[in-house]
Structure formats: structure tokens, C-alpha cells
Design a protein around this ligand. Structure first.
Ligand code: SF4
Ligand code: SF4
Length: 403
């Protein structure tokens, strides 16, 4: 690893450090700890420090030495036991649920039905309480006739393979049907192959490279059965699938298969930026819908072609019925961080609510994003605020404003 200059640039941008003020939570602090020979992999305090990282990449984006901090944190976590850090057992269970994503759909039903009852018995700071509260929000049911939505547009030119991610597929199927609707309006049909696994990001973030490789192998094998572009609607899944090559650094056969898949990946807002024409105004009143676009950290700080910030804004800007809002100080992390919001709910809540206060001051009608995790966090933030603001995936918003 390139040595740390101890310049402190990473401290200024770290969302966790802004809340805790603890040097150990900065990238500089963590890197220093990994370099003390008798410390790495030893002790609850060490595990706790390394669990308090969103893996947002803000530090690496400003680091003059170009240190890949997320990689270092994941590497350190790989030496930890399966259950580590505060609320470690909840994170472990969440990871195991993601390893069997078909279980998420029943959880969604259970969560919505039982959230009020169960949450009464959970402590205020419980990550599980946050998760159950998510399901209290009424969500649109998936249309029974998905094919009817697909065939609603003009004659389809091309069948695209579609990777919706676990949340889109099992928790919020309206994201999938909205993507199908928007793609159909552009003459494309979307096909979701059977047997797709979780992308594996949750496993890798916890330091479980073997589980992450298992997920990657399953997805590569399934997606190899089709050809052409693979469209991805979730920012976290896209960012992680782009990094499949790195998972197989020591396995030349799987690395080549991963590289072949990576070359086929297309992120949704980039796809729409390429294909979506300028829209017509539909609002007779001339009133515009005020929209705040939330940048997923994966795309704000992304390397290797993963910096995707202008495309979603250009897509939204083509609709004359939408007014795009921006924070004066620029975009900020929402504090979700994959399973971070379960492992460190008190920090996650403070980051979330600080951002929500700034965004709500803009008086948005809609908050949109392409990251399923960020959208979950925003749904909880809006529910907590009691404000009448909708939280929609980009495809859901485009579908809603398409007449
Ligand atoms: S990845 Fe994000 S949360 Fe983790 S140390 Fe870097 S800036 Fe802080
Ligand atoms: S920005 Fe990079 S070099 Fe500077 S203190 Fe942080 S990790 Fe070290």
C-alpha cells in the first residue's frame, strides 16, 4: 500500500468523522491502525473502529496518495470473525438474508404487516426497527401483468438483459416495472434472468470475499447465457459488478469471465441519457415538480468510469415539467452505507437527518436516486420528518411524469 502522508485531507470529507470527531474513524486513523503489527485483526475495539466506515470513498477521492481506503477497510474486516462490531449479529443476519434474496419478498410482507407490533418491543436505536419501519410506507404493488407494461411502447427493437438487484426484484418490484415501462417507451424489452444472486456487495463490505465470489460466480454464469448489454437499475449493484474483476485477481479463468461481463454492463441513467429524447411539457398549469436528485456515493466518487453525476441530471433536465434542485454546498452522503445503517444506527441517523434537513429546506416534491439503499434511507428520513415528499427511483419518477 502507498504510504499515508498524514495530510488530513480525508478527515475533512469523512461523514463519520464529522459526527464522531474521533481520529480513529478517519481514513488516516484506520490506515495508521492497520500498520501497527500487533493490532490488525485483534480486539473488539479494533473491529468496532473498522465497522464504523460507510465505504463511501470520499476519502480516496481527495487523497493525494491515491490510497484505496475502501479496499484497506474491507481487507481489515476480512480478518474479523463472522459477527463483529456493534449490532454485528444483525448485520450478519442481513447478509445471510441477501445470500438468499428470495426470502426478501416474504420479509417485505411480514415487515409491512408486523412493523407496528414488533417495533414497539425494539429499542429506539435498533437497526431492525429502522428496517421494519421501512415497510410501513405504502408502496405500489407490482402490476400483475408485467408483460402488458413491456408491450405498451412502440415495437421493441432489442431485448436487454436486466439486473434489478435484490431490492428491486424482491422488495420494491415497482422499480422493475417502472424500468420496463421506460425501456418499452424507447422500444426495448427487459428480461430478468432466473436465478440471479445478490450482487455480493454486502458480503464483500463485511470482509467475506469467499461469499462475494460465490455471488459473483452465480451471476456471471447466469448472465453469460445471454448476449448484449446488461442494464442495471441500482447504483450499488452496478458499482459492485464493475469490480467483479478485482474479486478474481488470483483466478485467471474467472477474471476473464468477469471482464467479459463488465464490458457488457450499462447503468440505467447512462442508458437513458443516450436514448431518452427531449420531453414535452404536460402540466397545463405550467407548475413544475420540484425534484432533488440524490447522488449515490458510488457514483460521486467512482473511479474507472463509475463517476456518474451528469447523466441523471441531464435525463431529468429533459423533462420540462421537472425543476431540478441542488444543495448550495453540493451533494452529501445519506448515511445508509449498505449495512452501516444497521451496524451504526445512531451515526447513520445523525448523518441522514442532517442531510434531510438541508434537502427539505429546498421544498422538494420528490426525492429521487438510482441507489436502492439510498432510497430506503430517504424513505425513512421522509417518514420521520412527516413531510409530504415522495421518494421515487429515477425510473419510477420518469414513469409517473410520462403521459
Ligand atoms: S470511506 Fe467514507 S466513511 Fe470510510 S473513512 Fe473514508 S470517508 Fe470516512
Ligand atoms: S488523504 Fe490520504 S494521505 Fe492524506 S491523511 Fe488521508 S489517507 Fe493519508
Amino acid at each position: 500500500m502507498t504510504s499515508c502522508a498524514k495530510c488530513g485531507a480525508c478527515s475533512v470529507v469523512c461523514p463519520v468523522y464529522r459526527i464522531t470527531g474521533q481520529e480513529a474513524h478517519t481514513a488516516r486513523g484506520k490506515i495508521h491502525l492497520t500498520q501497527i503489527p500487533e493490532l490488525p485483526g485483534k480486539g473488539v475495539a479494533f473491529e468496532d473502529i473498522f465497522s464504523k466506515c460507510l465505504l463511501c470513498g470520499a476519502c480516496s477521492a481527495v487523497c493525494p496518495r491515491g490510497i484505496d481506503v475502501c479496499r484497506e477497510v474491507v481487507q481489515a474486516r476480512s480478518a474479523f470473525p463472522a459477527v463483529y462490531g456493534a449490532h454485528g449479529y444483525k448485520k450478519y443476519l442481513a447478509r445471510k438474508a441477501l445470500a438468499h434474496p428470495e426470502l426478501l419478498a416474504p420479509l417485505r410482507v411480514l415487515g409491512r404487516a408486523g412493523a407496528d407490533f414488533v417495533s414497539r418491543y425494539l429499542p429506539e436505536e435498533s437497526g431492525l426497527r429502522l428496517r421494519l419501519a421501512l415497510f410501513k410506507q405504502e408502496v405500489e404493488e407490482a402490476p400483475a401483468q408485467q408483460d402488458a407494461v413491456v408491450s405498451a411502447g412502440p415495437p421493441q427493437k432489442e431485448m436487454l438483459t436486466f439486473f434489478p438487484g435484490c431490492t428491486g426484484r424482491y422488495l420494491f418490484p415497482e422499480i422493475v416495472t417502472s424500468c420496463q415501462f421506460v425501456a418499452a417507451s424507447l422500444g426495448h424489452a427487459l428480461h430478468v434472468p432466473d436465478g440471479l444472486s445478490c450482487c455480493g456487495l454486502a458480503a464483500l463490505s463485511a470482509g467475506d470475499k469467499r461469499e462475494a465470489q460465490n455471488c459473483a460466480r452465480k451471476n456471471i454464469t447466469i448472465l453469460e447465457q445471454s448476449s448484449g448489454p446488461v442494464l442495471i437499475s441500482c447504483a450499488s449493484c452496478y458499482a459492485h459488478l464493475r469490480r467483479y474483476r478485482e474479486l478474481f485477481e488470483d483466478d485467471s479463468v474467472w477474471r476473464i469471465r468477469a471482464e467479459t461481463l463488465v464490458a457488457r454492463l450499462v447503468e440505467l441513467s447512462c442508458f437513458l441519457d443516450r436514448h431518452l429524447p427531449q420531453g414535452r411539457a404536460n402540466q397545463e398549469s405550467g407548475k413544475k415538480l420540484r425534484v432533488y436528485y440524490h447522488d449515490p456515493c458510488h457514483f460521486r466518487y467512482g473511479l474507472e468510469g463509475m463517476k456518474i453525476v451528469t447523466e441523471p441530471r441531464k435525463v431529468l433536465g429533459r423533462n420540462p415539467d421537472l425543476e431540478l434542485l441542488e444543495l448550495p454546498g453540493g451533494p452529501e452522503c445519506c448515511g445508509q452505507g449498505g449495512l452501516f445503517h444497521i451496524g451504526a444506527p445512531e451515526i447513520s441517523l445523525l448523518i441522514r437527518d442532517a442531510l434531510a434537513a438541508k434537502v427539505l429546506a429546498l421544498a422538494p416534491d420528490v426525492i429521487t436516486s438510482t441507489c436502492s439503499g439510498c432510497l430506503m434511507q430517504w424513505r425513512l428520513a421522509i417518514e420521520a420528518s412527516g413531510m409530504p415528499v415522495k421518494v421515487l427511483h429515477l425510473a419510477e419518477l420518469l414513469r409517473a411524469v410520462t403521459k
